[in-house]
Design a protein around this ligand. Structure first.
Ligand code: ANZ
Ligand code: ZN
Length: 861
């Protein structure tokens, strides 16, 4: 038979799909919709294996849903603003816009041979004014709604990149890209008030039942709800007070100090005439503001000399320290320390020789001995117990003691119960050129003036230079200089641009009607398509991107843009693509393409045969050089083999190890499927030939039933993202076809049914091959426009069942029988089993109980 001509086939079908506009998304209110979205790519210029895996999975889902009769939306776009474009401009002198647009064109060309079922008419790039003008309008609406505001905040400043970094971009106190030690700086920043929705964002996680538990837990932790109290400590010899936040007000009688953040206003005030304190604060600033850095640094403090008065006992005062472990952004930026019941406070107290007084003891211990041991030891007691040494609280459990203290504090006007979230507002200002301009103007007399809506978009100027550090927008000779829209005075544009996470927080909604230019969202379209039914992407976006998108939906809803609060009804996080690593004798890393595996399990260098050490499989990375170029794979083996390998290798949420052997296995299977069609084991009857079920012998009927079971099993698997087991089932079916007796009655019709079934079930995974097969089989439609096969429930039951045979309650054997066979037949078969005969011979059979399809129980005496 003729070989499968992969190149011609794949090119041909891609053209057919395009010409017939098979994947153009349309709305039909009468039919169910399904919105499949993979996280859109950053246009780095080249696709990588992670893309190949991600988009293959999404495509499988999209094709499957389309076959199931859904109206499917499966779009593609580009997350096109961001730093790398600017770095390219600095390093290579190419304009960020040019670099980005060229990369988009290159990557689009690389994606096309994958045969993705994407509606390319909806393509968007976030760097184009047609896109970001709507973002500017949203910002103005957020501003009116109090959801966007400007404030002075402490930020992580990257001195090399000249920009603010999010906490997650600070790793071990250094910028994630530059590697330069990050500085703390105070800067006027635009922020989005995500905290307004903290409770709602938290509660709604409960209903995201098609999200991985792991991601839900990460979101929950990120929002970080804590119940506690705000407590006011008067400052001795001053007429102000220090407000602290605590989750353990029950430990108030164990307080031995108060501590404030180095960024607390009081610290700044005291530092003005205390150079030592100022030096200490400066040193803390070098730590960065990330919690991680603060958590791991040595705990240090500076005694301010001030004393704070205990809120429940005016005769009791404690010292006030500035401490490096107190964050300004959490709670009130001030704490009271209770060393006995907090390890940080314990270590701090040891270091600065402060009292350690136990005020909670485990139940049923001697409180005096417990307190003495704790004070002498090295560890705080953080468990549950009862209050001791705590006056009116003594004997109460932790929860009751908390309630009692809060009540007392409230009645004294010294504090109140409160809920605190770890979640902070989202700082969106970046001192960068390649981002969406923030549409406000700073007027010397009016202050901040929003750009009037009829002057949107505020577009980026193209004529900028990258020859000096800092933001090119600041240096531009004219762009920032405008007249105030309100009073006409010479004013200045905001030169900060948005964090690129802003664009990715609403792109999924824009895809519903990407070309409507008067409004961001065509209401009918978003009402129809949202939420995204299945979102697929990397777990590295499990916190920020998803949370920001959830915030945006709520903010947009409250500004009247759309209905609904959750952007993604279903979420799937795919694993990484890994590859073996190779090292030459001198320790240098070698690319997979430079290495050949040897039969003894070793490897050698292709160029000179020198031995190569094979290392463990790791995430593909430039540093290990263990990357494989998707373009070459597609070019050599075609899209289908690559797609098949991707989905059959491993569960999709696990890591997948890329290997030549695995890919070649998939390639062989592609060719086997083709041969099944081109040279079937039995000459196939014409399409539509019915299977003469009543005439089939047992093995042929078994095969026919297996095909139905395969349909049911694969359908179930695809619903649950078990792509690998789906492929395994189809392989079992095609293997079983090898056992078909060609001359059995109805064999040819059954063979045809099995081949058709395999081809149709494989379509979402290997769409080109299966279209070619379908055509060769005489299909009158193309599979991209065909329905999903249906299993006949009548053929899903097993035709034989195994019954256990017991003699006087002991298992003595098994019999295989037709399902639902008459009791007398079951009884006779059971009694005929050798081992049963051995246990019944010479005895009287008193009773035989048959539980149909399960057990035959024989009672002998
Ligand atoms: C007194 C106390 C006694 C505390 C005790 C704990 C145990 P979560 O659970 O994360 O909300 N804290 C409050 N604000 C802080 C800040 N800005 N920077 C650093 N630490 C801060 O933690 C709340 C606890 O962390 C608070 O309860 C406070 O210490 C500390 F036996 O208050 B606790
Ligand atoms: Zn003005």
């Amino acid at each position: 038979a003729e070989r499968y001509a992969v190149k011609e086939s794949e090119a041909h079908w891609q053209q057919v799909w395009a010409e017939r506009a098979c994947f153009r998304a349309t709305e039909d209110p009468e039919r169910p919709k399904y919105y499949v979205l993979e996280m859109f790519p950053y246009p780095s210029g080249r696709i990588h294996m992670g893309h190949l895996r991600n988009y293959t999975m999404g495509d499988l889902v999209a094709r499957y849903r389309r076959a199931r009769g859904h109206m499917v939306l499966h779009p593609m776009g580009w997350d096109a603003f961001g730093l790398p474009a600017e770095n390219a401009a600095i390093q290579r002198g190419v304009h960020p816009a040019t670099w980005t647009r060229e990369n988009i064109a290159a990557m689009r060309d690389q994606f096309k041979p994958m045969g993705l079922s994407i509606d390319w008419t909806r393509e968007i790039a976030t760097c184009e004014p047609e896109y970001y003008r709507h973002e500017q309008k949203m910002f103005l609406d957020f501003l009116k709604a109090g959801l966007a505001y400007r404030t002075e905040t402490w930020v992580n400043w990257d001195p090399v990149e000249h920009t603010v970094l999010a906490n997650e971009q600070v790793i071990d106190g250094k910028g994630w890209r530059s590697g330069a030690p990050v500085e703390r700086r105070k800067l006027a920043q635009w922020s989005f008030r995500i905290t307004r929705y903290a409770e709602d964002l938290l509660q709604a996680i409960q209903d995201l039942d098609r999200w991985p538990d792991k991601v839900r837990a990460m979101q929950t932790n990120w929002i970080g709800r804590s119940e506690g109290a705000r407590v006011r400590w008067d400052l001795a010899d001053r007429d102000d007070a220090l407000e602290v936040f605590t989750t353990r007000p029950d430990t108030l009688y164990g307080a031995s100090f108060c501590a404030i953040s180095p960024n607390h206003p009081l610290a700044a005030e005291l530092a003005r005439d205390n150079p030592d304190l100022a030096a200490f604060i400066a040193e803390c600033a070098r730590l960065g503001t990330s919690e991680e850095a603060i958590e791991t640094a040595e705990k240090r403090g500076f005694d301010t000399g001030l004393r704070a008065v205990h809120p429940l006992d005016p005769s009791w005062t404690v010292p006030v320290h500035v401490a490096n472990f107190v964050l300004m952004e959490y709670g009130t930026g001030a704490i009271f320390g209770c060393p006995a019941h907090d390890q940080r406070d314990f270590d701090f107290a040891r270091k600065y020789d402060l009292p350690i007084l136990a005020v909670v003891a485990p139940r049923d211990t001697d409180p005096v001995a417990f307190a003495a041991d704790l004070t002498a030891g090295t560890e705080a007691f953080v468990g549950d117990g009862v209050a001791i040494n705590s006056r009116f609280l003594d004997g109460l459990g932790v929860a009751d003691a908390k309630r009692a203290v809060i009540e007392r504090l409230e009645s004294l006007g010294k504090g109140e119960g409160t809920v605190q979230y770890r979640l902070r507002d989202w700082g969106v200002s970046r001192q960068r050129y390649w981002g969406c301009p923030i549409p406000v103007i700073h007027c010397p007399s009016c202050g901040i003036v929003p750009v009037p809506e009829d002057q949107l978009p505020v577009t980026l100027p193209e004529d900028v230079t990258f020859d000096a550090p800092g933001n090119p927008l600041d240096r531009h000779p004219t762009w920032a200089h405008v007249d105030c829209p309100t009073c006409g005075t010479a004013a200045r544009r905001e030169t900060d641009t948005f964090d690129t996470f802003v664009e990715s927080s609403w792109y999924f909604a824009r895809f519903c009607a990407p070309h409507s230019d008067t409004v961001a969202f065509d209401r009918a379209a978003v009402d129809y398509w949202l939420p995204v039914d299945q979102y697929i992407g990397g777990v590295e976006h499990a916190v920020l991107h998803l949370l920001y998108s959830r915030f945006f939906m709520r903010a947009l809803r409250d500004c009247g843009y759309l209905a609904g609060a959750e952007p993604f009804a279903g979420l799937f996080t795919q694993g990484m693509v890994t590859h073996e690593t190779y090292q030459a004798a001198d320790g240098s890393w070698l690319e997979p393409a430079e290495v050949e595996r040897t039969d003894d399990g070793g490897a050698r260098r292709l160029s000179d045969g020198a031995p190569v050490t094979v290392g463990r499989s790791e995430k593909m990375s430039k540093s290990r050089r263990n990357t494989v170029d998707p373009e070459r794979i597609l070019d050599t083996y075609g899209a289908d083999a690559a797609r098949l390998f991707i989905v059959s290798d491993n569960p999709p949420d696990g890591d997948m190890e890329w290997s030549d052997a695995g890919l070649e296995g998939a390639w062989r299977y592609v060719n086997r499927i083709w041969r099944l069609v081109a040279a079937p084991p039995v000459p196939l009857p014409p399409a539509g030939t019915p299977v003469p079920v009543a005439d089939l012998d047992a093995p042929t009927l078994g095969l026919y039933r297996r095909a139905h079971k395969t349909i049911a099993g694969v359908t179930e698997d695809l619903e649950r993202f078990r792509f690998n087991t789906a492929v395994a089932r189809i392989r079992e079916l095609t293997n079983a076809l090898g056992d078909l007796k060609a001359d059995a009655p109805g064999a040819a019709a059954v063979a045809r049914f099995c081949v058709e079934t395999a081809v149709r079930l494989l379509n979402p995974m290997v769409p080109h091959l299966t279209e070619s097969c379908w055509q060769a089989l005489g299909g009158s439609t193309i599979l991209a426009e065909s329905d999903w096969p249906q299993a006949d429930p009548a053929h899903l039951v097993d035709d034989t069942v195994t019954l256990a045979v017991q003699v006087n309650g002991k298992l003595r054997g098994n019999v295989s029988l037709p399902r639902d066979c008459p009791k007398a037949e079951a009884e006779a078969a059971a009694l005929a089993v050798d081992n049963v005969r051995a246990h019944t011979e010479g005895k009287t059979i008193r009773k035989v109980v048959v539980v149909p399809n399960r057990i035959v129980n024989i009672v002998v005496g």
